[in-house]
Write a protein that binds this ligand. Structure first.
Ligand code: ADP
Ligand code: MG
Length: 355
């Protein structure tokens, strides 16, 4: 069984470039863990450390209970899939898929068995004699996945493998991949900056920022209980509305509403309140309990609209269903909020406060 474990991993390039800063995590057999974070946050560096393509400044990589820090990349029994596919242009799909097996001098019957199985799984059977130049992006990416599968590695590493595909194809390959890795029963570490990919594919997501794991949790917990202001703002589309509000005792004012939070001793004069756009209701019917505002912009998205509203002390964005009121820019509206959907964050540390 090939559990993957990272212990206090650090990679420092210069005194001020530390893309991986003390990361510890475990990926169990059959677990699909995604590293999610903005460009430049250290995702690829972390993957390359696991693969052995980079040497850690500090810390340990353990695969199947074995410290592999001094094991060369080729000996780690890891299969990596890259955004660029990295296929040999002069080789056919079949040759590309089986290169590593042929180098290992595996018996031809076994190579053929694995090739047939992977080609069937990834619907490549009719394309095996084509070269990369004669295939579409999606087909090339499936060849790259097949090349990883046939190696039967202990760990799969995938670095933004869908980023070069157009939106429709990305969705198709995404669901194929989910099925595929479910049957593999190996640790999978998947890197992406795309929150939809992270949320739909993974059993757990590690949100990375500034070289650190900001939160490691299930997709639903990341959405419902973001650990800090960064995670709150990075996950969710459109972004969570975040307001910096002045505390008056245990209350803050949002528009013409006074909101109470239960925090015995609150050290700061300000607090951050987060509310997701999908958790605000909107009506044109006057409601004295609701917050009064004015619509400044409506963006139609087909089944829903994004409505920007100006209230007394700030602007916010609301996801409104099309069936909801026939609204227009300039209209006065009333916003309904439910305290159970409030997220509070400490102004100085950005950490979640459970009020
Ligand atoms: P991501 O994959 O999340 O976009 P990377 O891991 O590629 O980010 O890079 C993280 C940071 O480390 C970036 O600021 C990048 O410029 C820096 N970096 C990556 N590789 C090197 C290197 N070989 N030398 C110096 N800096 C590097
Ligand atoms: Mg990268």
């Amino acid at each position: 069984m090939a559990k993957l474990e990272l212990q206090n991993l650090r990679k420092q390039y210069r005194s001020d470039v530390i893309p991986v800063n003390d990361i510890s995590l475990t990926v169990e057999d059959g677990e699909f863990l995604t590293l999610l974070g903005p460009s430049g946050c250290g995702k690829s560096t972390l993957l390359r450390l696991i693969a052995g393509l980079e040497t850690p400044t500090l810390g340990t990589v353990i695969i199947g209970n074995k410290n592999v820090n001094h094991v060369a990349p080729g000996e780690r029994n890891i299969a990596m899939v890259f955004q660029s596919y990295a296929l040999y242009p002069h080789m056919t799909a079949a040759e590309n898929i089986t290169t590593a097996l042929r180098l290992k001098k595996m018996p031809p019957e076994e190579i053929n068995r694995r090739l047939t199985e992977a080609a069937t799984t990834l619907e490549l059977t009719n394309l095996l004699d084509r070269k990369p130049g004669q295939m579409s992006g999606g087909q090339r990416q499936r060849v790259a996945l097949a090349r990883a599968l046939v190696r039967d590695p202990e760990v799969f590493l995938l670095d933004e493998p869908l980023s070069n595909l157009d939106a429709l194809l990305r969705e198709q390959v995404r669901s194929q991949m989910k099925q595929l890795f479910k049957t593999q029963n190996k640790p999978v570490v998947y890197v992406t900056h795309d929150q939809t990919e992270a949320m739909t594919l993974s059993s757990r997501v590690a949100v990375l920022y500034k070289g650190k794991v900001q939160q490691l949790d299930t997709p639903s917990r990341i959405y419902s209980h973001p650990a800090n202001e960064f995670v709150a703002s990075f996950v969710g589309s459109p972004q969570m509305n975040l307001f910096t509000l002045r505390c008056q005792g245990e209350t803050v004012r949002l528009g013409d509403n006074i909101i109470t939070f239960n925090q015995d001793e609150f050290p700061n004069n300000h607090i951050i309140l987060g509310i997701r756009p999908e958790h605000i209701s909107l009506t044109t019917v006057e409601d004295t309990n609701a917050i009064k505002g004015q619509i400044i912009l409506i963006e139609e998205l087909g089944k829903e609209k994004l409505v920007s509203v100006k209230i007394d002390n700030c602007d916010l964005i609301i996801r409104a269903l099309l069936s909801q009121d026939n609204i227009q820019e300039g209209d006065s509206v009333y916003l309904g909020l439910s305290p159970k959907n409030f997220h509070w964050f400490d102004i100085s540390t950005g950490q979640r406060i459970n009020c």
